[in-house]
Design a protein around this ligand. Structure first.
Ligand code: GLN
Length: 195
């Protein structure tokens, strides 16, 4: 069984816990840096990226999360988590963790579509996935090392670069565990290779 942490400073935390448990893995809500040591993978949830960043600074999470990624341990960012992981946030001087080579635009799907659901095709999944977008960011550009797993209306909404996975939508708000299972596969792979 793998141990998956959810950064528990702000945002949609309990939904991830439920979904992780539904895959048979152990979920841990992470509120302190020293908890990172017991994890095999980490989820940065949806919420408000600016607030989450402030709290990450306050509790000293930035450097330890960068170290966690450097060890090859997988990180999955959903929505605000995708913003936190992106190399560049359009219109802002400060990006956050810069662990995936994509440029994102925050709250990008327009006011009348602040929140919507749509079935999208995701690479490696046979059937479409019901994607729930809530004031979602979109990925405008991706570097050559990034594998785009899904796009919607020409925007990147799910992508992977090595041990980093991001989705602009909220898989944890559905009963569909297929994307989380892909993340668990990444975690199991990293455990096997001993990183
Ligand atoms: N718009 C939010 C942000 O940029 C993300 C919204 C969400 O996580 N549902 O932080």
């Amino acid at each position: 069984m793998a141990t998956i942490g959810i950064l528990g400073l702000q945002g949609a935390i309990s939904e991830h816990v439920k979904q992780i448990e539904a895959t048979g893995q152990k979920a841990v809500i992470v509120k302190q840096v020293d908890q990172l040591a017991e994890l095999d993978g980490l989820i940065l949830p949806g919420g408000e990226s600016t607030t989450m960043r402030k709290l990450m600074d306050r509790y000293g999470f930035i450097e330890p999360i960068l170290q966690f990624a450097k060890q090859g341990k997988p990180i999955f960012g959903t929505c605000a988590g995708m913003v936190l992981l992106a190399k560049k946030v359009i219109g802002s001087d400060t990006a956050h963790l810069k662990l995936i080579d994509i440029e994102v635009e925050r709250n990008a799907f327009g006011r009348q579509r602040e929140s919507f659901e749509v079935n999208i095709d995701i690479k490696n999944l046979e059937q479409p996935f019901k994607a729930i977008f809530i004031r979602a960011p979109n990925g405008e550009r991706a570097g050559k090392d990034v594998e785009v797993l899904a796009d919607f209306e020409g925007k990147i909404v799910c992508a992977r670069q090595k041990n980093i996975l991001v989705s602009a939508f909220h898989p944890e708000l559905t009963n569909d565990i297929r994307i989380l299972e892909q993340f668990i596969d990444m975690v199991e792979e990293s455990l096997k290779t001993g990183v």
